[in-house]
Design a protein around this ligand. Structure first.
Ligand SMILES: NC(=O)c1ccc[n+]([C@@H]2O[C@H](COP(=O)([O-])OP(=O)(O)OC[C@H]3O[C@@H](n4cnc5c(N)ncnc54)[C@H](OP(=O)(O)O)[C@@H]3O)[C@@H](O)[C@H]2O)c1
Length: 286
């Protein structure tokens, strides 16, 4: 399994995005535990979750609780596993559409951070992200709350997610070397965050790609995956492995957190760290 340094953490370049296991259309609690155990058994040492990974209208924080239960019932080396979570979003229904209302009020973030630690069953969260900017709250005020959580020991390190370069600079100014990661969307169908990916390389910050396989929000242009399918046929692997290997090749600061609804898909994705793409492949993939 390919390992890299995410800030001070030695962890796997391919993490496990927990979200599909507990938001709408999940396959239930037991499959969730089975899927997390499968990736941990295969050597995955980074799990990504969030306060808001639950089905709207149902029990809150079920993603964090599932991660806690999976680790509690797993017999492997739990202290090797980096668990990252995020605060600043909630879930709700807008008619029949599930949505993600933002809540970046400092006093609420302090409460969410403490609730995340409790749901995860830890005194200190390894890595806590500000999930997304709440336009009703100046970004620096939300980030000051994240800093307070770090200062109080609720979180060891901080990250920011869904940020522009300008927001990242605000966070750097407040969090200093406690800021270790940026989690932005990046994949062959979402390349508009290339600027933050390059900026992270320059700053020495980890860039964690969310929805690295395109995610669940369709439609997007499926043809963008055609070159990846061609390269996959040559290597005899899934095109998803080629996508993840291509993303990881963007730099040593790159991390991917593919999601899965079942063990089979995450186990396949975790093999991408061993896939070696050659020059001909990169010429095709860009
Ligand atoms: N920071 C943020 O705002 C934010 C937003 C969204 C997501 N995220 C994070 O990013 C993670 C990943 O995003 P995501 O789950 O939306 O999307 P994704 O990883 O791009 O795609 C997940 C989908 O791809 C399929 N898949 C995964 N590996 C596969 C393989 N090897 N072969 C075939 N199919 C495969 C899964 O299929 P099956 O359904 O068949 O298992 C799943 O439906 C989330 O879990 C979450 O942790 C963060």
């Amino acid at each position: 399994m390919l390992h890299r340094n995410l800030g001070p953490f030695d962890t796997t370049a391919i993490g496990h995005g927990e979200m599909p296991l507990t938001i709408e259309n999940n396959r239930g609690h037991d499959v969730g535990i089975e899927t997390l155990h499968a990736s941990l058994d295969a050597g995955c040492r980074h799990i990504d979750t969030a306060w808001a990974y639950y089905t709207p209208g149902e029990e809150e924080q079920t993603g964090e609780k599932l991660v806690r239960e999976a680790l509690d019932t797993w017999h492997g080396p739990k202290d090797e596993v980096l668990v990252a979570t995020k605060i600043g979003l909630r879930r709700a229904w807008d008619g029949d559409k599930p949505v993600w209302p933002r809540d970046g009020k400092p006093e609420h973030l302090i409460r969410y951070g403490k609730e995340s630690a409790m749901a995860l069953g830890v005194d200190t969260i390894d890595l806590l992200y500000m999930h997304r900017h709440d336009p009703e709250v100046p970004y620096n005020e939300s980030i000051e709350a994240i800093k307070q959580l770090v200062d109080e020991g609720v979180a060891q390190y901080a990250g920011v997610s869904n940020v522009t370069i300008e927001q990242l600079d605000i966070a750097r100014g407040i969090l200093g070397d406690k800021l270790i990661a940026v989690q932005n969307q990046y994949s062959p169908v979402h390349l508009d965050t290339q600027d933050t990916l390059d900026y992270c390389a320059k700053l020495g910050l980890a860039f964690v790609c969310w929805s690295p396989l395109g995610g669940y929000r369709h439609p997007y242009d499926e043809h963008k995956f055609d070159p990846f399918r061609e390269v996959a046929a040559k290597h005899g692997v899934s095109y998803q492995q080629v996508v993840l290997a291509w993303e990881l090749a963007k730099g040593d600061h790159m991390f991917v957190i593919p999601g899965a609804h079942r063990p089979e898909t995450i186990l396949d994705s975790l093999k991408a760290g061993e896939l070696e793409l050659d020059e001909e492949d990169f010429a095709k993939l860009g």
